[in-house]
Design a protein around this ligand. Structure first.
Ligand code: AMP
Length: 201
């Protein structure tokens, strides 16, 4: 089974690609952003704790984020493989994930980096704001999210790069095209989608 991470700036199309890849590799897509948004929407204890961070475009504290991922990865459907979308985003989260995988005697197969230039991602996020009305998709918050990404998450690319895990894919273009690029890049590393999914893509 396959264990993948998806990294890229906000607006690079991670969520959309995560759904596709989850199907192709028959593994659950786990998005910390989606988990947080679900909790905010339902006004849970976690939701109340994280709402202000998300609305401001700041990262949720590592302790909270690590805890939800640790719980989620223990669930039955994630034991044999997973696709993490939007986690880890900080050096502390990388350490936690390393620890969790090591405890299970498993390891990551690849880190998919979706690259997209800043103007393009800002335009996409503003479009999404108009369509979906996400509170963290306003121009100011978007700018802040991009700078937090550059500061805290971009350095992880070198870290995973030094482990030989990074597969870089251009996120520009139609959704299908980008999915095709990712599947081809992973196949080149010997990571093949399940046959059923591959035949429909
Ligand atoms: P996303 O949908 O992945 O863009 O995440 C939306 C928001 O949720 C982010 O801007 C953060 O506020 C929060 N978030 C999601 N994942 C993480 C993470 N791994 N670490 C800290 N905050 C996160």
């Amino acid at each position: 089974m396959t264990r993948l991470l998806l990294i890229g700036p906000p607006g690079a199309g991670k969520g959309t690609q995560a759904e596709r890849l989850s199907e192709a590799f028959a593994v659950p897509a786990i998005s910390t952003g989606d988990i947080f948004r679900f909790n905010v929407k339902n006004n849970t204890e976690l939701g109340v704790k994280v709402k202000a961070f998300i609305d401001a475009g700041a990262y949720v504290p590592d302790s909270l984020t690590n805890e939800i991922v640790s719980d989620r990865l223990k669930q039955a459907d994630a034991v044999a493989g997973f696709l993490l979308d939007g986690y880890p985003r900080t050096a502390d989260q990388v350490q936690e994930l390393d620890r969790l995988l090591e405890a299970d005697g498993t390891a990551l197969d690849a880190v998919v980096l979706i690259v997209a230039d800043t103007e393009e991602v800002v335009a996409r996020l503003l479009k999404r704001a108009a369509e979906q009305g996400r509170a963290d998709d306003t121009a100011d918050v978007i700018r802040h999210r991009l700078s937090v990404y550059e500061e805290q998450t971009a350095p992880l690319i070198d870290l995973y790069g030094s482990r030989g895990l990074v597969v870089t894919v251009d996120g520009l273009g139609a959704v299908d095209e980008v999915t095709g690029r990712i599947l081809a890049a992973l196949a080149a590393r010997g990571l093949n989608a399940t046959e059923e999914a591959a035949s429909t893509t």
